[in-house]
Design a binder for this molecule. Structure first.
Ligand code: CTP
Ligand code: CA
Length: 223
């Protein structure tokens, strides 16, 4: 199938996709993570490949099965994801679907933290992680199209519009991830595409259909 479709509208284009959560170590056996399954990023990578793109897929430890027909680079932390994304440039487009941990533990312990018998829990110090989307958006070798995601629980369009400006990316794919929507970890998505031209609300679709629609828009933008 990949060979048959390799002359699709994205033939000859290189697209970088980040996906999944990141894990930020506390000590050798513990980490901080989030609920991202990597399902939407995986579907996007497959949809781009189906249109003929060469896809570099940089993923954290996601539970979703890895996409087929793309180059998969497995990472654990936000810093590793940034390094892998940077190494994948140049790219025609970058799609940052990863749920990157905002903070890492400043000095992860080299050996397992133990209870000391005092009943007092340890204190963890945090540092902010590098922003991969912002780094790519302001990069000397900036991809022509940079797309970010915004998982929000309140004021989806207002927050996502502000996020688009703050990140310096071209588009934001925003969604409402309040638990009652069933989107996080579920098979469907209902997104709003925020571009320079405003907000375009898409219907609730499967993540695969959302991915195909986004891949088609990307192909149009790069044509
Ligand atoms: N992102 C990234 N690197 C980070 C944080 C976020 O690349 N360190 C990207 C995500 O992949 C997503 C976009 O930025 O495409 C928005 O992520 P989000 O968590 O919604 O934005 P934040 O700037 O972290 O803001 P918030 O405080 O709302 O979490
Ligand atoms: Ca965040």
């Amino acid at each position: 199938i990949a060979a048959a479709l390799s002359d699709g509208p994205l033939k000859g284009r290189h697209v970088l996709v980040t996906s999944g959560p990141t894990h930020e170590p506390i000590d050798p056996v513990r980490y901080i993570a989030n609920r991202s399954s990597g399902a939407q990023g995986t579907a996007i990578a497959e949809a781009l490949a189906a249109l003929g793109a060469r896809v570099t897929f940089v993923t954290g430890p996601a539970t979703a099965p890895r996409p087929r027909g793309v180059q998969v680079i497995e990472v654990e932390t936000a810093q590793q994801m940034l390094d892998a994304a940077d190494a994948a440039l140049p790219a025609d487009a970058a799609i940052c679907a990863a749920a990157v941990a905002d903070w890492r533990v400043t000095s992860a312990a080299g050996s397992k933290l133990k209870k000391d018998g005092s009943g007092k829990p340890p204190t963890l110090d945090f540092a902010e992680n590098p922003d991969i989307l912002r780094t790519l958006s302001t990069h000397a070798r900036r991809p022509r199209l940079v797309v970010g995601f915004a998982a929000e629980t309140d004021d989806v369009i207002a927050n996502a519009t502000a996020k688009r400006a703050r990140k310096g990316c071209d588009w934001i794919v925003a969604n409402d991830v309040r638990p009652e929507t069933g989107i996080m970890g579920g098979p469907e998505n209902a997104v709003v595409l925020i571009t320079e031209g405003g907000a375009d609300e898409w219907p609730r679709l499967t993540k695969a259909e959302t991915a195909r629609r986004l891949a088609a828009r990307i192909a149009e933008a790069l044509a």
